[in-house]
Design a protein around this ligand. Structure first.
Ligand code: NAI
Ligand code: MG
Length: 353
């Protein structure tokens, strides 16, 4: 099978880590029967300065018609609104209907407090439909926003959460060391207060996860505020967490803080038959050009993309090579307390692969 992968480095350290993502894919053992073709694509702040758009139409059309998946680095965003500029990754999620944002958060198994969870965030609705208005009243201005929850979006996000739980179980069964016994999905909501919107999310997610093929998946619920408490007190208790857009946004950044560096945390934006791997970090202008960016978030994002392109075995090889590098702890980048350059970390992981 040949996979065609769009490469969108973007700005700053995106340009330093995306080439590492390409190299790890190229280095996968040929016995897997996978080949790759790469297509370089533009997006981001520099693209905006050159072309007047942050996400050229060409990038979108090539991704749509010509690619199986993509790797997206990071983009720099202006701190104040700039006319004509809007975030290319947000636009891509819309244009390609990438309805799930998937963020695994994991330490090494030998960590003093090992964690291994995935936050699955609905990516298309909730308060992010951005239907806001402001009006005057005798007591001053009032602003309102629509929180929209649909059965369709809630059902498909819960379904993909169930599928992720099963796939993680498969990868564990194939011998990957793990802290979990069985697949578990935790549905997060606030339906005790928002009985209609979050109530619909909760009941729809429950129903989707009651499907026969999820028979082995345990399902539990957690009200979002107590979820935050437990996430910090007892993070090892969670396997897959599924949440509406806003709670998922907050939980996924919070969870990322549990593992020590943004340079470790991958994500994927997933739609029907398409996935974009994207490290969670930004363009990191403070370290740009020094050759010290941690490539691991991107390498894991490449693996995550492969998982959603049904190349589980290839993904597992990348995860294992990355974990081995971290377990040994000899060649670590400065964000993890080491002195290794990006290139040395990449070399070490390629060797293990
Ligand atoms: P950032 O994630 O770029 O950096 C935060 C801190 O983490 C910095 O000290 C940075 O050096 C460090 N860091 C991040 N990734 C690292 C890596 N791979 N290895 C080692 N250290 C790493 O967030 P910040 O500084 O708030 O934003 C910088 C720019 O990135 C801004 O223009 C922002 O808009 C943009 N940004 C883009 C995102 C995206 O493209 N998805 C996400 C977050 C920020
Ligand atoms: Mg966020």
């Amino acid at each position: 099978r040949t996979l065609r992968i769009g490469l969108i480095p973007g700005d700053g350290i995106g340009k330093e880590v995306i080439p590492a993502g390409r190299r790890i894919l190229e280095a996968l053992p040929t016995s897997l029967g996978l080949k790759f073709e790469f297509i370089n694509l533009q997006a981001g702040w520099e693209t905006f300065e050159k072309q007047g758009v942050a996400l050229p139409d060409e990038t979108v059309s090539i991704l749509k018609s010509d690619c199986d998946g993509a790797l997206f680095g990071a983009v720099s965003s202006p701190t104040t609104a700039v006319k004509g500029y809007s975030s290319p990754i947000v636009a891509l999620r819309k244009k390609l209907d990438l309805y799930a944002n998937v963020r695994p958060v994991k330490t090494v198994v030998s960590a003093p407090k090992p964690i291994d969870m995935v936050i699955v965030r609905e990516n298309t609705e909730d308060l992010y439909v951005k239907e806001e208005k402001t009006y005057d009243t005798p007591d001053g201005k009032v602003a309102e926003a629509i929180k929209r929850i649909s059965q369709r979006a809630s059902s498909r996000i819960a379904t993909i959460a169930g599928e992720i739980a099963l796939r993680r179980q498969n990868i564990r069964a194939a011998g990957a060391p793990s802290i979990h016994k069985g697949p578990l999905v935790t549905i997060t909501h606030k339906s005790n207060v928002l009985s209609q919107t979050d109530g619909l999310f909760r009941s729809t997610a429950r129903e989707a996860l009651a499907a026969a093929r999820f028979g082995d998946v345990a399902v539990e619920e957690q009200i979002v505020d107590s979820m935050v408490y437990k996430l910090f007190r007892q993070p090892e208790a969670y396997d897959v967490i599924v949440a509406p857009n806003l709670y998922g946004d907050i939980l996924s950044d919070g969870a990322a803080a549990l593992v020590g560096s943004l340079g470790l945390v991958p994500s994927a934006n997933v739609g029907e038959g398409f996935a974009i791997g994207e490290p969670c970090h930004g363009s990191a202008p403070d370290i740009q050009g020094h050759g010290i960016a941690n490539p691991i978030a991107t390498l894991r994002s490449a693996a995550l993309m492969l998982e959603f392109l049904n190349e589980e075995a290839a993904a597992a090889k990348i995860y294992a090579a990355v974990d081995a590098n971290l377990e040994e702890g000899r060649l670590l980048s400065p964000d993890l307390g080491g002195t290794a350059k990006t290139e040395e970390v990449v070399q070490d992981i390629l060797r293990r692969l």
